[in-house]
Ligand binder design. Structure first.
Ligand SMILES: C[S@@+](CC[C@H](N)C(=O)[O-])C[C@H]1O[C@@H](n2cnc3c(N)ncnc32)[C@H](O)[C@@H]1O
Length: 248
């Protein structure tokens, strides 16, 4: 899938997520055989959030990373879920009350007022400098039209000493397994995605966007260029998903 301009990609991605919002979670569970929940758990475990700390879940979508942060950290101060596709966040807002009911901390602390939602473009974040103890994003970076600007914004709103965490499907390697994964991703995922969401093009775009994205090592270098230090990454799901962590 090719775009004639940055603006075309920006609007395509926005409308595409609006079209699949109602089936996005189900498709994630099916496509990853339920493993995607574990990746988000690991991301939050590595965020080193202090008591009363603040987390930005950028490109929150339906809120899975934000919810996981509040589930793991009963003393977390506040989480902001931010995204530019409002229908994705509407699905998350509908799921949130049921999640609150089943996730009450052992000391009875109420989490319901600790999450807020913000319509925001990753390239122009509406938050002051040094606001958050950690900034996380899941499956955003392939979608942005300017990786360096998106990184610069995340670094800007993160406090000094805080973590920037990126969960993403990087470009598959040119190995036997990488090529087998490409076969699955390009040939099977669009069929399942078309069946579950009725929007096959969204799941044709998904593997194409991974192919066009950076390798894990290249993303690490971009994070260092953006001013992060101690950048490292962990590969998961047989080297198909990467979690990068850097410190401001
Ligand atoms: C694949 S979903 C990931 C949702 C969630 N983070 C998760 O782990 O399931 C990607 C999200 O990135 C959002 N997104 C893409 N480009 C964006 C941008 N420029 N600004 C804000 N959000 C963006 C989309 O609207 C979508 O909700």
């Amino acid at each position: 899938m090719t775009f004639q301009s940055h603006s075309e990609k920006y609007h395509y991605v926005n409308h595409m997520f609006a079209r699949i919002a109602h089936r996005y979670d189900l498709m994630n569970r099916v496509m990853t055989m339920g493993r995607d929940r574990r990746w988000r758990e690991i991301l939050i475990e590595q965020a080193d959030l202090p008591p009363q700390g603040r987390l930005l879940d950028l490109a929150t979508g339906t809120g899975d990373i934000a919810f996981e942060a509040l589930r793991q950290n009963h003393h977390l101060g506040h989480v902001v879920g931010a995204d530019y596709t409002l229908p994705m966040m509407h699905v998350g807002q509908e799921r949130w009350p049921a999640y609150v009911t089943k996730t009450t901390s052992p000391n009875g602390t109420d989490i319901k007022n600790r999450l807020s939602w913000s319509g925001a473009d990753a390239l122009h974040l509406p938050f002051p400098d040094n606001t958050f103890n950690a900034v996380a994003n899941g499956f955003l970076m392939r979608n942005v039209i300017d990786v360096q600007t998106a990184l610069a914004e995340q670094v800007r709103v993160c406090k000094v000493g805080g973590k920037v965490l990126i969960l993403e499907i990087p470009r598959p390697p040119d190995t036997l397994f990488g090529n087998l994964f490409r076969l699955y991703f390009h040939n099977i995922v669009p069929i399942i995605g078309g069946f579950i969401t009725g929007q096959r093009d969204a799941y044709t775009y998904l593997p194409a966007s991974a192919d066009a994205f950076l390798s894990p090592q290249e993303l690490k270098i971009e994070m260092e260029k953006a001013g992060l230090h101690a950048v490292h990454y962990t590969m998961m799901m047989m080297n198909t998903v990467a979690l990068h962590v850097g410190t401001k």
